[in-house]
Ligand binder design. Structure first.
Ligand SMILES: NC(=O)c1ccc[n+]([C@@H]2O[C@H](COP(=O)([O-])OP(=O)(O)OC[C@H]3O[C@@H](n4cnc5c(N)ncnc54)[C@H](OP(=O)(O)O)[C@@H]3O)[C@@H](O)[C@H]2O)c1
Length: 330
């Protein structure tokens, strides 16, 4: 089968297109013909093994000390189940599935345990739309619900709202009944209002920490927002939440746990099947809309990674593994 190949850590050019053996589903596993995948900020980080601060070390221990242990990158996928391993009961051949694999999604086929982060696609979505959901929407769900413990009626500011995580934070926060302010460059403004942000602040012409408004939650998807400046605009029970963090933020999380007042929080979105089912239901109800900012064929894997590295991505970058016009419609 055709796949992107990842033989060494490095720049986008360290990825090539080549042939890989067809994976065989083991007991409890399904094989999916991948129609669409994405290149996420997580894929780009793994490609170069770029962990903030000391986090490169656990990344290397998990993914390979000197070079990637598994040769095929890619996490998000949408496609059709086309083979079942022994004992599979939850899926049937022909099911449209989507999910988040630990690796291997930038290929024509991948295998997943049926109990992994995989589910039937929401009705009515194309493969590209389904592939654009899991990474950003699962992260947004876990950070709003479990890390920030957001409650209806609270005011939330989302910094980096135009990216893959930000566009779902805005939608989910609105769905959970929060008042949403989005901070992003002006090119995202119309879309973010359409997704539910009551206010959109242009990050290039203003500083959200000096505008006089107070928030219960400031969610930073980019990293690096000033701990002191954000503390001043938080309510006494406020939470300054970092989706992207390093040792400075972890230190602040420990320090603010020991004193009264606003807290700094960091977290990790693990990719659970139960959460994917929640995302699927919200998408099926129309409460969550996939946001695709870019679309490229698998053959352009290097250019796709370079675009993600630029930091200027909007929503998800979909990688068409099967040409868009040949993907089986919903
Ligand atoms: N902890 C976890 O479990 C977890 C899970 C998923 C992702 N993450 C991390 O979360 C981060 C965001 O992920 P993502 O997928 O949303 O990234 P993304 O899709 O690449 O989007 C990044 C967004 O950030 C904005 N941006 C770039 N530089 C900026 C700056 N200096 N100031 C303000 N905004 C800036 C860009 O919008 P503009 O047009 O406004 O520049 C872009 O839309 C990544 O670092 C990722 O590794 C963590």
């Amino acid at each position: 089968m055709q796949a992107a190949l990842w033989r060494r850590y490095g720049p986008p050019e360290s990825l090539t297109l080549g042939e890989a053996p067809m994976p065989t589903p083991g007991p409890g596993e399904i094989r999916i013909r991948v129609h669409a995948s994405t290149v996420t900020s997580g894929d780009a980080r793994l490609r170069g093994c770029r962990g903030a601060g000391i986090f490169w070390l656990p990344l290397r221990l998990i993914y390979g000390l000197t070079r990637p242990r598994h040769p095929i990158p890619g996490m998000e996928f949408a496609g059709v189940v086309e083979a079942l391993g022994p004992g599979v009961t939850g899926f049937a051949i022909g099911d449209r599935a989507f999910g988040l694999a630990p690796r291997g999604a930038h290929a024509e086929y991948l295998t997943m345990p049926e109990t992994g982060c995989v589910a039937r696609q929401p009705a009515g979505l194309s493969h590209a739309e389904a592939a654009a959901l899991p990474f950003g929407a699962l992260t947004a769900l876990v950070f709003l619900r479990d890390v920030a413990e957001a409650r209806s009626g609270e005011r939330v500011l989302v910094h980096g709202a135009g990216g893959a995580v930000g566009v779902y934070l805005v939608q989910l926060a609105r769905h959970f009944g929060l008042a949403v302010t989005a901070v992003a460059s002006a090119r995202h403004a119309t879309r973010l209002r359409d997704l539910g942000a009551q206010q959109v602040l242009d990050r290039e012409t203003g500083d959200f920490t000096t505008q006089g408004a107070r928030y219960d939650i400031v969610l930073d998807t980019v990293g690096g927002t000033s701990l002191r400046a954000v503390r001043r605009i938080l309510t006494p029970q406020g939470r300054h939440v970092f989706v992207n963090f390093a040792t400075r933020e972890l230190g602040a999380m420990l320090a603010t746990r020991l004193r009264p007042g606003p807290r700094v929080l960091c977290g990790y979105a693990p990719g659970r099947q139960a959460d994917l089912l929640t995302i699927r239901d919200l998408a099926a109800q129309g409460a969550l809309r996939p946001v695709i900012g870019h679309r490229m064929p698998l053959a352009e894997i290097t250019a796709a990674h370079a675009l993600v590295d630029s930091g200027r991505k909007q929503g998800a970058l979909v990688l068409d593994v099967i040409p868009a016009e040949c993907q089986r419609p919903a």
